[in-house]
Design a protein around this ligand. Structure first.
Ligand SMILES: [Zn+2]
Length: 305
């Protein structure tokens, strides 16, 4: 084997390792990447494409969409923002095409029921960045005039699991003040939608959900915000506020909800300590009540397991 081939293989190994331990040990992942880059430079071997665009040019971290990076289409380019160091760079469009080449579906066609309601997809189309579709609701003969949700489905790549972005302000036409905490139909909506799409990650805009937006703004933990709790009950144990104030008009604030089956215990423990801390603080009675209710549920879960 020649030196270049060995270098190429070592680089690949290191990057795979970095990817594997990324979420547990960011510093070590970074060291692996640095090492891979050194080998790449010394032997004049390029970093493989599937990684090259997922390493921040500035701080050299691995970039995971929805976790520490944002990918957006702008002027036929993908604009990548590293949320760890704030670096912004553009990804060539050519790559983007190849990147999404292996997407499974061109349009989405789904259907599910929530009690008396039938939810179905419509107006699905392939876009540059994913598959867009709208969800309408039918009850008896009546069909909702406007979509209850607009969704973009991303089929992911070899390295990124599929996910969906959901904008659902017209959900069942129920106004903020009437939406109860832990509204059952809403929980079912997210449960069934994620199952129909087979995604373990959802990004849900909350700008139109005033209650949730307000709660997050004053520092209430995600899990006891109205939308956060709904997502938790739908099986998404990791819930993070994704609001990065900055100049550009890119991306609305949203909650990122993720199912991490092998980390559920840890996530529940984290929420318990978060809520216990929260209860020591001086907050509105409403939130204290919620925190107590959810804390009880979480503790019951730890007993179950
Ligand atoms: Zn960076």
């Amino acid at each position: 084997m020649n030196a270049k081939k060995i270098a190429r293989e070592r680089i690949k190994k290191l990057l795979e390792l970095a990817d594997k331990i990324f979420k547990e040990n960011r510093e070590r992942a970074k060291r692996y990447i640095e090492l891979a880059r050194k080998i790449s430079m010394r032997h004049n071997v390029r970093i493989p494409k599937e990684y090259r665009f997922f390493i921040c040019k500035e701080c050299k971290t691995l970039l995971k969409p929805g976790f520490n990076a944002r990918f957006r289409i702008h002027n036929s380019r993908i604009v990548v923002t590293c949320l760890e160091c704030g670096n912004v760079y553009r990804m060539p469009f050519l790559f983007e095409k190849r990147f999404y080449k292996n997407r499974k579906s061109e349009i989405i066609d789904i259907f599910f029921r929530i009690d008396k309601y039938e939810v179905f997809s419509k107006n699905s189309k392939k876009t540059k960045f994913g598959v867009y579709f709208e969800l309408y609701v039918k009850k008896g003969r009546k069909i909702s005039e406007k979509p209850i949700a607009k969704v973009i489905y991303f089929s992911g790549t070899k390295y990124i699991k599929p996910w969906a972005e959901v904008d659902y302000k017209k959900f069942f036409k129920i106004r903020d003040r009437k939406r109860k905490f832990g509204f059952k139909a809403e929980i079912l909506f997210f449960k069934k939608l994620s199952k129909a799409l087979n995604v373990e990650r959802l990004m849900v805009g909350y700008l139109d959900d005033r209650e949730t937006a307000m709660s997050l703004a004053i520092g209430v933990p995600e899990i006891i915000t109205r939308l956060g709790y709904v997502l938790f009950k739908a099986g998404f144990y990791s819930i993070k506020d994704f609001y990065v104030p900055e100049g550009g008009a890119e991306g609305k604030p949203k909650l990122i909800a993720e199912k991490i089956p092998d980390k559920e215990k840890e996530l529940i423990k984290d929420w318990i300590s978060t809520l216990e801390d929260f209860l020591k603080k001086d907050f509105d009675k409403k939130y204290k009540k919620r925190a107590e209710k959810v804390l009880k549920e979480l503790k019951e879960k730890t007993v179950e397991k």
